[in-house]
Design a protein around this ligand. Structure first.
Ligand code: ZN
Length: 341
């Protein structure tokens, strides 16, 4: 076990900007065991700071399991610090796609294609659905359009302000953690989706276990998450990769570690699809320009996915679309797993 930073690799220094804004140090909690295989031996993988929101000045470190190659944040922020690392504007920020109607249209088009592919893999019309991390409920609404009745159309989200209006519309939307939710009958769901959530949770295996319990025989669990086995992750490996989302991403997957997480809970991986990740590309460039050896904050702004230069956004999306079509492993993995009949 190597718990110290590599002696030959100098620690990445705190960018000056963090000192200027007075970013605090938050308390940490060690995670010595691999969250996928429970192995106790790991090596340093990457380190960095909260380049996106500057909520804290801690230097965070990802480690990689010597046995299964899974990557996780160790130590990670203590649970008591969640309100610091997820500031009140964090959720609002996710909905900032509203900045450009063209970006919204493009996103809807990508989402429709993604959902068609998932529903197609089910092989029967879905009668029940759950979206873990349902946000404003756009996938609940698209599944309603595909015939899922509201009484079996569930959404979980950790912000009461977004679930309350969905409940008023008749959806089964609740502000609860997956692990604590008792409202969904076991063996009842045809389809569960979880887009860009699993990397945020403390115990991904328990989330998959719960999803496996909720699925009906033959049901599909679709999980989308950043892919550490991608070109952008390799180029910006050392510290600036946008997919790190330090310190809010606690587990980082590649196709093999995600497949193992599913099969350990009795689900069979049936398809792996690579998705576009314009925001990872843009944040990677943004962070390296803003915090690099010669900071270029004005140029960095062009690469901010929120309010940056729209043609870059379109360009990175197109670039990943083409590469995914050619069989490359792009910034995000979408894996579908089936509960055996
Ligand atoms: Zn492991």
């Amino acid at each position: 076990m190597s718990d110290e930073t590599h002696p030959e690799r100098p620690a990445i220094a705190l960018p000056e900007e963090f000192r200027r804004v007075g970013a605090p140090l938050v308390s940490e909690e060690p995670v010595p065991q691999c969250p996928v295989c429970e192995g106790g031996s790991h090596h340093p993988y990457a380190e960095g700071y909260d380049y996106e929101l500057m909520t804290c000045a801690n230097r965070w470190r990802f480690v990689q399991c010597d046995a299964c190659r899974h990557v996780w944040l160790h130590p990670r922020p203590a649970i008591a610090e969640l309100s610091t690392i997820y500031p009140p504007h964090y959720y609002a920020y996710n909905y900032a796609a509203k900045i450009s109607p063209i970006a919204v249209k493009a996103k809807q088009w990508l989402d429709r294609g993604k959902m068609r592919g998932i529903v197609g893999a089910l092989g029967r019309p879905p009668r029940s659905y759950l979206d873990i991390g349902c946000g404003d409920g756009r996938f609940l609404k698209s599944m309603e359009a595909l015939g899922v009745p509201k009484e079996s159309n569930y959404g979980l989200e950790l912000d009461e302000r977004v679930v309350a209006p969905l409940r008023e519309q008749g959806f089964q939307a609740f502000c609860e953690r997956v692990e604590d939710c008792q409202r969904i009958p076991e063996g009842s769901l045809d389809l569960i989706t979880m887009f860009h959530v699993i990397e945020h949770v403390d115990d991904p295996a328990s989330v998959v276990r719960q999803a496996a319990r909720w699925l009906a025989p033959g049901g599909i669990f679709a999980v989308e998450t950043p892919n550490i086995d991608s070109l952008d992750a390799r180029l910006f490996h050392e510290t600036y990769w946008g997919g790190y989302h330090i310190p809010r991403h606690w587990n980082l997957f590649a196709a093999d570690t995600l497949a193992r997480l599913f099969s350990d809970q009795g689900l069979q991986p049936v398809a792996t699809r690579y998705q576009t990740g314009h925001s990872f590309w843009m944040y990677s460039f943004h962070h390296s320009l803003r915090y690099g050896a010669t900071p270029r904050p004005r140029m960095a702004k062009w690469f901010d996915p929120v309010g940056g230069f729209l043609p870059f956004l379109a360009g990175f999306t197109g670039f990943d679309k083409v590469r995914a079509a050619l069989g490359a492993k792009t910034s995000a993995i979408l894996m579908l797993a089936r509960k055996p009949e």
